[in-house]
Design a protein around this ligand. Structure first.
Ligand SMILES: O=C(O)CC1=CCC(=O)O1
Length: 262
């Protein structure tokens, strides 16, 4: 566990694998922290420098007051990766993490050499939907959203398992300001034009039962980048790295091999 002091924000991060290996960076979704990748990391091949972090307002990172912007979230990870002297990374972003991936790829070709757009979109939802969620959290806390969120995050089978409660607790223990700030950032983001201009190896991953970012949205976003690939994980919701870690790690490993990262 490490803390990067970036001045206006402190980011919790951790590095696993080979400290001198080729970098792979993971960015989490709304309402989760870097433990999102716990089941996938041990299944990755050797020789990788595996970097994970908690975005602002989440996990053990600091909790600046909202509003947050997508530009600010991109700038946070950009500063973290500059501090760690990361170049030519494969950047794996899930949901809002996939938006951060697109924003960083547009800005920093030297840092992002390939990207994985997992359960994400160039634009997610509408400002009205995000405002409803923000209002609900202001009124009733994140608990008010928890049951509906579990339905978007997980398949019916997984929701019947006790592990589901781990993720429900992770969501409901996210600070309201962190959730609201990131919701505002998503609400204000439309990356269709910038992402269409990207030219880098790109893999899209979707879950067949994802109620937050359905497969068609992930496919459409991924196809903005010419030559991209797409993989659908069946019987999984918004967090296939949790529900199907073996398949997720296998698809990721194949992509790393294809782009010459391992
Ligand atoms: O919680 C959800 O509905 C899914 C989601 C959208 C953006 C994100 O990061 O998670």
């Amino acid at each position: 566990m490490k803390m990067a002091d970036l001045g206006d924000v402190q980011l919790h991060y951790r590095v696993d694998g080979d400290p001198h290996g080729v970098p792979i960076v993971f960015a989490n979704s709304l309402g989760t922290d870097l433990r999102l990748w716990d089941a996938v990391v041990p299944l990755l091949p050797p020789g990788l420098r595996i970097i994970r972090y908690d975005k602002r307002g989440h996990g053990l990172s600091s909790l600046p007051r909202p509003p947050y912007t997508m530009g600010g979230l991109v700038r946070d990870v950009e500063r973290l990766l500059d501090m760690l002297e990361v170049r030519d990374a494969v950047f794996v972003g899930l949901s809002i993490g996939g938006m951060i991936a697109q924003g960083l790829a547009v800005k920093r070709f030297d840092i992002v050499r390939a990207m994985v757009l997992s359960n994400t979109g160039a634009k997610i939802g509408t400002p009205e939907i995000w405002q409803q969620r923000i209002d609900a959290v202001r009124e009733g806390g994140i608990e008010a959203l928890a049951d509906a969120t579990m339905e978007r995050w997980f398949s019916r089978d997984f929701r019947a398992r006790p592990e589901m409660l781990l993720w429900r607790n992770m969501l409901t223990r996210t600070p309201a300001d962190g959730y609201i700030g990131c919701s505002q950032a998503i609400s204000g983001t439309d990356f269709y034009t910038p992402t269409s201009g990207l030219r880098l190896p790109t893999l899209g991953i979707a879950g067949s039962e994802d109620g937050g970012t359905p497969p068609d949205l992930v496919r459409e976003t991924t196809e903005l980048v010419p030559g991209s690939k797409f993989h659908l994980i069946r019987r999984a919701g918004h967090l296939p790295c949790v529900e199907k870690p073996e398949e997720y790690a296998q698809v990721l490993t194949e992509f790393l091999r294809e782009v010459g990262h391992i």
